[in-house]
Ligand binder design. Structure first.
Ligand code: SAH
Length: 341
Protein backbone atom coordinates (compact mmCIF):
# COMPACT_ATOMS: atom_id res chain seq x y z
CA UNK A 1 0.00 0.00 0.00
CA UNK A 2 1.07 3.55 -0.69
CA UNK A 3 0.33 6.59 1.45
CA UNK A 4 -1.33 9.61 -0.18
CA UNK A 5 0.32 12.10 2.15
CA UNK A 6 3.74 11.04 0.85
CA UNK A 7 2.88 12.94 -2.33
CA UNK A 8 2.64 16.64 -3.14
CA UNK A 9 -0.51 18.15 -4.65
CA UNK A 10 1.11 18.02 -8.10
CA UNK A 11 1.99 14.37 -7.71
CA UNK A 12 -1.52 13.57 -6.50
CA UNK A 13 -2.91 15.34 -9.58
CA UNK A 14 -0.83 13.00 -11.72
CA UNK A 15 -1.96 9.94 -9.77
CA UNK A 16 -5.59 11.01 -10.24
CA UNK A 17 -5.20 11.94 -13.92
CA UNK A 18 -8.25 9.79 -14.84
CA UNK A 19 -10.54 11.73 -12.48
CA UNK A 20 -11.87 15.29 -12.75
CA UNK A 21 -9.15 17.82 -11.84
CA UNK A 22 -10.77 19.08 -8.62
CA UNK A 23 -10.60 15.62 -7.04
CA UNK A 24 -6.85 15.97 -6.43
CA UNK A 25 -7.37 19.10 -4.35
CA UNK A 26 -10.15 17.32 -2.48
CA UNK A 27 -7.81 14.43 -1.59
CA UNK A 28 -5.04 16.86 -0.65
CA UNK A 29 -7.41 18.83 1.64
CA UNK A 30 -8.56 15.59 3.26
CA UNK A 31 -4.93 14.78 4.08
CA UNK A 32 -4.38 18.20 5.66
CA UNK A 33 -7.61 17.90 7.66
CA UNK A 34 -6.65 14.46 8.98
CA UNK A 35 -9.64 12.78 7.35
CA UNK A 36 -10.15 9.21 6.22
CA UNK A 37 -12.11 8.25 3.08
CA UNK A 38 -15.36 7.89 5.02
CA UNK A 39 -15.14 11.51 6.23
CA UNK A 40 -14.87 12.88 2.68
CA UNK A 41 -17.47 13.56 0.01
CA UNK A 42 -15.56 11.58 -2.61
CA UNK A 43 -17.83 9.31 -4.66
CA UNK A 44 -18.10 5.75 -3.40
CA UNK A 45 -16.78 4.23 -6.62
CA UNK A 46 -13.72 6.45 -6.45
CA UNK A 47 -13.08 5.55 -2.81
CA UNK A 48 -13.35 1.85 -3.65
CA UNK A 49 -10.77 2.23 -6.39
CA UNK A 50 -8.33 4.47 -4.50
CA UNK A 51 -8.45 2.59 -1.22
CA UNK A 52 -7.10 -0.54 -2.94
CA UNK A 53 -3.75 1.20 -3.47
CA UNK A 54 -3.63 4.25 -1.22
CA UNK A 55 -4.02 4.87 2.49
CA UNK A 56 -5.58 8.29 3.12
CA UNK A 57 -5.17 8.44 6.89
CA UNK A 58 -2.00 6.59 7.97
CA UNK A 59 -2.09 7.96 11.53
CA UNK A 60 -4.91 7.81 14.06
CA UNK A 61 -5.30 8.80 17.69
CA UNK A 62 -5.11 5.89 20.11
CA UNK A 63 -5.04 7.81 23.37
CA UNK A 64 -4.67 11.38 24.64
CA UNK A 65 -3.34 12.31 28.08
CA UNK A 66 -3.95 15.85 29.24
CA UNK A 67 -1.61 17.41 31.78
CA UNK A 68 -2.56 19.85 34.53
CA UNK A 69 -0.74 22.55 32.55
CA UNK A 70 -2.79 21.82 29.40
CA UNK A 71 -0.07 19.89 27.59
CA UNK A 72 -1.53 17.03 25.59
CA UNK A 73 0.35 13.84 24.95
CA UNK A 74 -0.86 11.74 22.01
CA UNK A 75 -0.30 8.09 21.51
CA UNK A 76 -0.77 7.59 17.77
CA UNK A 77 -1.31 4.38 15.84
CA UNK A 78 0.20 3.96 12.40
CA UNK A 79 -1.39 1.96 9.56
CA UNK A 80 0.88 -1.00 10.40
CA UNK A 81 -0.08 -0.88 14.11
CA UNK A 82 3.20 0.68 15.21
CA UNK A 83 2.86 3.30 17.93
CA UNK A 84 4.42 6.76 18.07
CA UNK A 85 4.04 9.79 20.31
CA UNK A 86 3.33 13.43 19.73
CA UNK A 87 2.94 16.31 22.18
CA UNK A 88 0.80 19.45 21.82
CA UNK A 89 2.04 22.29 24.03
CA UNK A 90 -0.07 25.33 24.77
CA UNK A 91 2.11 28.42 25.02
CA UNK A 92 1.56 32.17 25.18
CA UNK A 93 3.59 32.74 22.03
CA UNK A 94 1.73 30.13 19.98
CA UNK A 95 1.11 26.44 20.34
CA UNK A 96 3.84 23.94 19.58
CA UNK A 97 3.66 20.42 18.22
CA UNK A 98 6.54 18.17 19.24
CA UNK A 99 6.71 15.19 16.93
CA UNK A 100 8.58 11.96 16.27
CA UNK A 101 10.62 11.16 13.19
CA UNK A 102 11.11 7.41 13.73
CA UNK A 103 9.38 4.52 15.45
CA UNK A 104 11.88 4.02 18.27
CA UNK A 105 15.50 5.13 17.89
CA UNK A 106 18.90 3.48 17.57
CA UNK A 107 21.08 6.20 19.05
CA UNK A 108 21.12 4.57 22.50
CA UNK A 109 21.34 7.67 24.73
CA UNK A 110 21.35 6.44 28.34
CA UNK A 111 18.75 8.89 29.66
CA UNK A 112 16.25 8.59 26.81
CA UNK A 113 13.24 6.26 26.84
CA UNK A 114 12.76 6.39 23.04
CA UNK A 115 15.76 4.23 22.44
CA UNK A 116 15.12 1.45 24.97
CA UNK A 117 13.59 -0.89 22.36
CA UNK A 118 15.84 0.20 19.50
CA UNK A 119 14.77 1.40 16.08
CA UNK A 120 11.70 -0.21 14.52
CA UNK A 121 11.52 1.86 11.34
CA UNK A 122 11.67 5.33 9.86
CA UNK A 123 8.54 7.42 9.47
CA UNK A 124 7.79 8.46 5.90
CA UNK A 125 7.39 12.15 5.08
CA UNK A 126 3.64 11.56 4.68
CA UNK A 127 3.32 9.88 8.07
CA UNK A 128 4.98 12.93 9.61
CA UNK A 129 2.67 15.28 7.67
CA UNK A 130 -0.36 13.25 8.74
CA UNK A 131 0.81 13.32 12.37
CA UNK A 132 0.59 17.10 12.21
CA UNK A 133 -2.78 16.96 10.42
CA UNK A 134 -4.37 14.61 12.95
CA UNK A 135 -3.10 16.49 16.02
CA UNK A 136 -4.03 19.83 14.43
CA UNK A 137 -7.61 18.63 13.80
CA UNK A 138 -7.92 17.53 17.42
CA UNK A 139 -7.13 21.03 18.66
CA UNK A 140 -9.60 23.21 16.80
CA UNK A 141 -11.23 23.41 13.41
CA UNK A 142 -9.59 20.97 11.01
CA UNK A 143 -9.29 23.59 8.28
CA UNK A 144 -7.59 26.13 10.56
CA UNK A 145 -3.96 25.94 11.59
CA UNK A 146 -4.06 25.45 15.35
CA UNK A 147 -0.33 25.63 16.00
CA UNK A 148 2.55 27.98 15.29
CA UNK A 149 5.69 25.96 15.95
CA UNK A 150 6.87 22.46 15.24
CA UNK A 151 9.82 20.88 17.02
CA UNK A 152 11.35 17.61 15.85
CA UNK A 153 12.12 16.58 19.41
CA UNK A 154 9.96 13.51 19.83
CA UNK A 155 11.21 9.97 19.40
CA UNK A 156 13.85 9.26 16.81
CA UNK A 157 16.91 10.92 15.34
CA UNK A 158 15.82 13.22 12.48
CA UNK A 159 19.19 13.02 10.71
CA UNK A 160 19.05 9.21 10.83
CA UNK A 161 15.92 9.59 8.65
CA UNK A 162 17.43 12.41 6.63
CA UNK A 163 15.72 12.12 3.22
CA UNK A 164 12.20 11.75 4.63
CA UNK A 165 12.69 14.61 7.08
CA UNK A 166 13.91 16.93 4.31
CA UNK A 167 10.98 15.93 2.11
CA UNK A 168 8.61 16.53 5.04
CA UNK A 169 10.12 20.02 5.48
CA UNK A 170 9.14 20.79 1.89
CA UNK A 171 5.64 19.38 2.40
CA UNK A 172 4.90 21.19 5.67
CA UNK A 173 6.22 24.59 4.54
CA UNK A 174 4.42 24.46 1.18
CA UNK A 175 1.94 27.32 0.97
CA UNK A 176 -0.71 24.97 -0.40
CA UNK A 177 -0.19 22.80 2.68
CA UNK A 178 0.25 24.05 6.28
CA UNK A 179 2.46 26.89 5.11
CA UNK A 180 4.54 26.73 8.30
CA UNK A 181 7.32 29.29 8.36
CA UNK A 182 10.76 27.68 8.40
CA UNK A 183 11.64 30.00 11.27
CA UNK A 184 9.01 28.26 13.39
CA UNK A 185 10.53 24.82 12.96
CA UNK A 186 13.28 23.39 15.18
CA UNK A 187 15.16 20.20 14.46
CA UNK A 188 17.09 18.49 17.21
CA UNK A 189 19.93 16.08 16.46
CA UNK A 190 22.26 14.16 18.74
CA UNK A 191 25.03 15.44 16.47
CA UNK A 192 25.42 13.49 13.21
CA UNK A 193 28.19 15.74 11.93
CA UNK A 194 28.17 14.60 8.28
CA UNK A 195 24.45 15.32 8.07
CA UNK A 196 24.87 18.74 9.69
CA UNK A 197 27.22 19.69 6.84
CA UNK A 198 24.88 18.21 4.22
CA UNK A 199 21.86 19.96 5.72
CA UNK A 200 23.72 23.31 5.98
CA UNK A 201 23.96 23.45 2.21
CA UNK A 202 20.18 23.20 1.74
CA UNK A 203 19.69 26.62 3.32
CA UNK A 204 16.53 25.99 5.28
CA UNK A 205 15.84 28.76 7.75
CA UNK A 206 15.03 26.41 10.60
CA UNK A 207 16.56 26.34 14.06
CA UNK A 208 19.11 23.58 14.38
CA UNK A 209 19.51 22.18 17.89
CA UNK A 210 22.20 19.77 19.03
CA UNK A 211 21.91 17.59 22.10
CA UNK A 212 25.25 18.23 23.75
CA UNK A 213 24.63 17.05 27.33
CA UNK A 214 28.35 16.95 28.25
CA UNK A 215 31.37 19.20 27.95
CA UNK A 216 34.05 16.54 27.46
CA UNK A 217 34.10 13.69 24.96
CA UNK A 218 34.89 11.26 27.81
CA UNK A 219 31.72 12.08 29.74
CA UNK A 220 29.64 12.38 26.57
CA UNK A 221 30.68 8.85 25.56
CA UNK A 222 29.33 7.47 28.82
CA UNK A 223 25.81 8.78 28.12
CA UNK A 224 25.63 9.14 24.32
CA UNK A 225 27.09 6.39 22.10
CA UNK A 226 27.19 8.81 19.11
CA UNK A 227 30.10 10.53 20.92
CA UNK A 228 32.26 7.56 19.92
CA UNK A 229 31.80 8.65 16.31
CA UNK A 230 32.05 12.44 16.54
CA UNK A 231 33.87 14.70 18.99
CA UNK A 232 32.49 17.91 20.45
CA UNK A 233 35.13 19.82 18.44
CA UNK A 234 33.82 18.29 15.23
CA UNK A 235 30.25 19.22 16.18
CA UNK A 236 31.23 22.82 16.90
CA UNK A 237 33.06 23.06 13.57
CA UNK A 238 30.01 21.75 11.72
CA UNK A 239 27.74 24.19 13.55
CA UNK A 240 29.99 27.07 12.59
CA UNK A 241 29.52 26.01 8.97
CA UNK A 242 25.75 25.96 9.54
CA UNK A 243 25.78 29.48 10.97
CA UNK A 244 27.96 30.68 8.07
CA UNK A 245 25.56 29.21 5.49
CA UNK A 246 22.27 30.12 7.16
CA UNK A 247 22.96 33.02 9.54
CA UNK A 248 20.75 31.28 12.07
CA UNK A 249 21.58 30.96 15.74
CA UNK A 250 22.06 27.32 16.72
CA UNK A 251 20.95 25.84 20.02
CA UNK A 252 22.71 23.41 22.35
CA UNK A 253 20.45 21.29 24.48
CA UNK A 254 22.03 20.52 27.80
CA UNK A 255 20.20 18.13 30.06
CA UNK A 256 21.49 18.44 33.62
CA UNK A 257 22.37 15.13 35.25
CA UNK A 258 23.43 15.12 38.88
CA UNK A 259 27.20 14.73 39.38
CA UNK A 260 27.67 13.93 35.68
CA UNK A 261 27.61 17.25 33.83
CA UNK A 262 26.67 19.92 36.39
CA UNK A 263 30.03 21.02 37.84
CA UNK A 264 31.88 24.35 37.83
CA UNK A 265 34.28 22.92 35.25
CA UNK A 266 31.31 22.22 32.98
CA UNK A 267 30.36 25.88 33.13
CA UNK A 268 33.81 26.96 32.02
CA UNK A 269 34.00 24.36 29.29
CA UNK A 270 30.54 25.36 28.04
CA UNK A 271 31.84 28.91 27.81
CA UNK A 272 34.81 27.71 25.73
CA UNK A 273 32.61 25.55 23.47
CA UNK A 274 30.20 28.39 22.73
CA UNK A 275 32.81 31.17 22.58
CA UNK A 276 33.05 31.80 18.82
CA UNK A 277 29.72 30.32 17.89
CA UNK A 278 26.38 32.15 17.38
CA UNK A 279 24.48 29.93 19.81
CA UNK A 280 22.16 29.60 22.78
CA UNK A 281 22.22 26.94 25.47
CA UNK A 282 18.89 25.43 26.43
CA UNK A 283 19.31 23.86 29.85
CA UNK A 284 16.84 21.10 30.70
CA UNK A 285 16.36 19.18 33.93
CA UNK A 286 16.66 15.44 33.41
CA UNK A 287 13.33 13.66 33.43
CA UNK A 288 14.50 10.45 35.15
CA UNK A 289 13.38 7.36 33.24
CA UNK A 290 14.08 4.73 35.84
CA UNK A 291 17.78 4.29 35.09
CA UNK A 292 20.73 5.13 37.32
CA UNK A 293 20.93 8.78 36.25
CA UNK A 294 19.58 11.37 38.69
CA UNK A 295 18.23 14.86 38.03
CA UNK A 296 19.85 18.04 39.25
CA UNK A 297 17.29 19.98 41.30
CA UNK A 298 15.47 22.89 39.70
CA UNK A 299 17.13 25.29 42.11
CA UNK A 300 20.58 24.01 41.16
CA UNK A 301 19.60 24.22 37.50
CA UNK A 302 18.60 27.88 37.87
CA UNK A 303 21.90 28.53 39.59
CA UNK A 304 23.78 26.70 36.79
CA UNK A 305 22.07 28.93 34.21
CA UNK A 306 22.79 32.16 36.05
CA UNK A 307 26.45 31.20 36.40
CA UNK A 308 26.56 30.46 32.66
CA UNK A 309 25.06 33.90 32.00
CA UNK A 310 27.70 35.46 34.28
CA UNK A 311 30.54 34.06 32.19
CA UNK A 312 28.86 35.38 29.05
CA UNK A 313 26.98 32.34 27.77
CA UNK A 314 23.47 32.93 26.41
CA UNK A 315 21.47 30.29 28.30
CA UNK A 316 18.01 29.70 29.72
CA UNK A 317 16.35 26.95 31.70
CA UNK A 318 13.66 25.29 29.66
CA UNK A 319 10.30 25.12 31.39
CA UNK A 320 9.33 21.50 31.79
CA UNK A 321 5.77 20.85 30.60
CA UNK A 322 3.68 17.73 30.97
CA UNK A 323 5.96 15.85 33.36
CA UNK A 324 2.86 14.39 35.06
CA UNK A 325 1.91 12.64 31.78
CA UNK A 326 5.22 10.98 30.85
CA UNK A 327 6.10 14.13 28.91
CA UNK A 328 9.69 13.25 28.01
CA UNK A 329 10.73 11.53 24.84
CA UNK A 330 9.31 8.07 24.35
CA UNK A 331 8.22 7.53 27.94
CA UNK A 332 4.54 6.93 27.21
CA UNK A 333 5.26 4.66 24.28
CA UNK A 334 7.77 2.65 26.33
CA UNK A 335 5.23 2.30 29.13
CA UNK A 336 2.48 1.21 26.71
CA UNK A 337 4.72 -1.37 25.00
CA UNK A 338 5.58 -2.80 28.42
CA UNK A 339 1.92 -2.99 29.46
CA UNK A 340 0.96 -4.69 26.19
CA UNK A 341 3.59 -7.41 26.63
N1 SAH B 1 17.38 12.48 18.52
C1 SAH B 1 17.26 13.90 18.67
C2 SAH B 1 15.86 14.34 19.10
C3 SAH B 1 15.38 13.68 20.32
S1 SAH B 1 14.85 14.27 21.74
C4 SAH B 1 18.28 14.40 19.66
O1 SAH B 1 18.99 13.60 20.24
O2 SAH B 1 18.41 15.61 19.80
C5 SAH B 1 14.82 15.89 22.10
C6 SAH B 1 15.64 16.23 23.35
O3 SAH B 1 15.15 15.60 24.56
C7 SAH B 1 17.08 15.81 23.21
O4 SAH B 1 17.91 16.87 23.57
C8 SAH B 1 17.18 14.67 24.17
O5 SAH B 1 18.50 14.45 24.54
C9 SAH B 1 16.25 15.12 25.30
N2 SAH B 1 15.85 14.05 26.22
C10 SAH B 1 15.63 12.75 25.96
N3 SAH B 1 15.29 12.09 27.07
C11 SAH B 1 15.29 12.99 28.07
C12 SAH B 1 15.02 12.92 29.49
N4 SAH B 1 14.71 11.77 30.06
N5 SAH B 1 15.10 14.06 30.20
C13 SAH B 1 15.44 15.23 29.60
N6 SAH B 1 15.68 15.37 28.29
C14 SAH B 1 15.63 14.26 27.53
Amino acid sequence: MKIFSDYSLNEISNILADFPRFRAKQVFDAILQGKDYADTTLPKSMIEKLSMDYILKPVSILKVLISKDGTKKYLLKLHDDNIIECVYLKQDYGNTICMSTQVGCRMGCKFCASTSNGLVRNLSSGEMLSTIAVVNADNGKCNDRNFTNIVLMGSGEPFDNYDNVVRWLDLITDEMSFNVSERNISLSTCGLVDKIYEFSKLNYNITLCVSLHATTDEVRRTIMPIANRYTIDEIVKALKAYVRENSRRVVFEYCLIKDVNDTDDDIHRLRDISRDLFCHVNVICLNPNGGALRATTRKQALDFVSRLNKVGVSATLRRSQGSDIEGACGMLRAKTLKENK
